[in-house]
Structures are given as structure tokens and as C-alpha cells.
Design a protein around this ligand. Structure first.
Ligand code: CA
Length: 222
């Protein structure tokens, strides 16, 4: 999953980014003004946007309105200051999905972001189940047939993304767009490395593969 943080206080933005990377294995981009934020939100396929309200160049409410006007349905969580409380109704009416009042607890922000992404993908439970494979997105524990499977952070990122779309063909390009942040060099062959690592680790005694390769099209978890 890939999240955009639009926040002009860089230290705060970096703290949030670290928490999302370490606590959820998300790829994270930061925009430090409203115009840059709007541009990035419209040009990259984010799974969620965390949006500060008081921003230089374009404020959060205007950004949100323009984003929704351009038919972008990415879930948006707004970060408001206490004195901006009266604007919550306006924010929700403009298409915000959730909000948190500053100062907030990073653990709560992380949990809300996970819930928002989950809901955005049509998933209510934090545990994703595909056959005898179980992925607990709250603690990133993966089990197959009751057996714990330790994964690297990137293997988990790939698996969680595929697991949110079981039975669907996910192209390598889509994986690269959702698993890497803006500054990362994107090489499609690394995806193949993660997929083969996942295949090996997820293999159970039945030898039934969960991850299928559709030549020239992409991957499917089923
Ligand atoms: Ca601000």
C-alpha cells in the first residue's frame, strides 16, 4: 500500500511517515504544500491520503474539494488542529472519510489509516483469508494451515496488496506503483524476486500454489 502525507511541518510529516513504514510496511510520500499535494494525489495511485488543513499555497479543504471534483476516490483522513474543530462538518461534507485532532497519538493514526485503507478496498475485517492462508493486517502475521510464515517487509507488502484483490489479475506495473514511494528506483524484476520468495515460503505440503503467474498480464492470489 502507498500513502501520501500532505503536511507542511516536515518533522511531523516525517514522524508519521516513519510510523507508517515501520508499523504497516506502507510506501509513503510527503508533500509539503497544498498544490504539490493535489498534484501528487491526482497523478499517483495512492491507497490513502493523510491531509493537514492549514497548508501553504492551497489549503486542505480546497485541496479535498478539487480532488473529489476530479473524481478521485482515494480515502482521505484529515489532520485538524483543535481550533479548527468547527470545520469538521465542512470537511466530511467535502468528501473526507475520517479526521484526527492534533496532537494525536501515532498508534491511533496508524490504526485509523489501516482501517481506512481496508474499508476503501471493501474489507471490514483486519484478517484477510484466502483458502488456508491467513493475513492479519494489524500485526502483519501470516499463517498458512495454522503455521506461522515469517516474511520480509517487502514480501509482506506484495502479499498484502494481492490479498486485498483475491482472484483479480494484478499487473507488475500496478504492484510497482502501489508498493514503492516516489523516490524509489522502480525495477520490475525485483517484483519477480519477491513473488518467487513468497511462493517458496507459502508452499504447504499440498503443493497447491496460491500465487499464480499469468504470462504477460501479472499475478493472481487465489
Ligand atoms: Ca499545517
Amino acid at each position: 500500500m502507498r500513502v501520501l502525507i500532505v503536511e507542511d511541518e516536515l518533522r511531523m510529516a516525517e514522524n508519521i511517515a516513519r510510523s507508517l513504514r515501520e508499523g504497516a510496511s506502507y510506501a509513503v510520500d510527503i508533500a509539503t504544500d497544498g498544490e504539490e499535494g493535489l498534484y501528487m494525489a491526482q497523478s499517483e495511485p495512492y491507497d490513502a491520503v493523510l491531509l493537514d488543513l492549514m497548508l501553504p499555497r492551497l489549503d486542505g479543504l480546497k485541496l479535498l474539494k478539487q480532488l473529489r471534483h476530479s473524481k478521485q476516490h482515494t480515502p482521505v483522513l484529515v489532520l485538524t488542529a483543535r481550533e479548527e474543530k468547527e470545520s469538521v462538518v465542512a470537511l466530511l461534507n467535502a468528501g473526507a472519510d475520517d479526521y484526527l485532532t492534533k496532537p494525536f497519538d501515532l498508534g491511533e493514526l496508524l490504526a485509523r489509516t489501516k482501517a481506512l485503507i481496508r474499508r476503501g478496498k471493501g474489507q471490514a475485517s483486519p484478517v484477510l483469508t484466502i483458502g488456508n492462508l491467513e493475513i492479519n493486517t494489524s500485526n502483519r502475521a501470516v499463517r498458512r494451515a495454522g503455521k506461522n510464515i515469517p516474511l520480509t517487509a517487502m514480501e509482506y507488502r506484495v502479499l498484502e496488496y494481492l490479498a486485498h484483490r483475491p482472484g483479480a489479475i494484478v499487473s507488475k506495473a500496478e504492484l510497482l506503483e502501489h508498493l514503492y514511494d516516489y523516490n524509489w528506483e522502480k525495477f520490475s524484476n525485483v517484483i519477480e524476486v519477491y513473488i518467487s520468495g513468497l511462493r517458496r515460503k507459502l508452499n504447504d505440503d499440498s503443493e497447491r500454489q496460491l500465487i499464480h503467474t499469468l504470462r504477460g498480464q501479472g499475478y493472481m492470489l487465489q
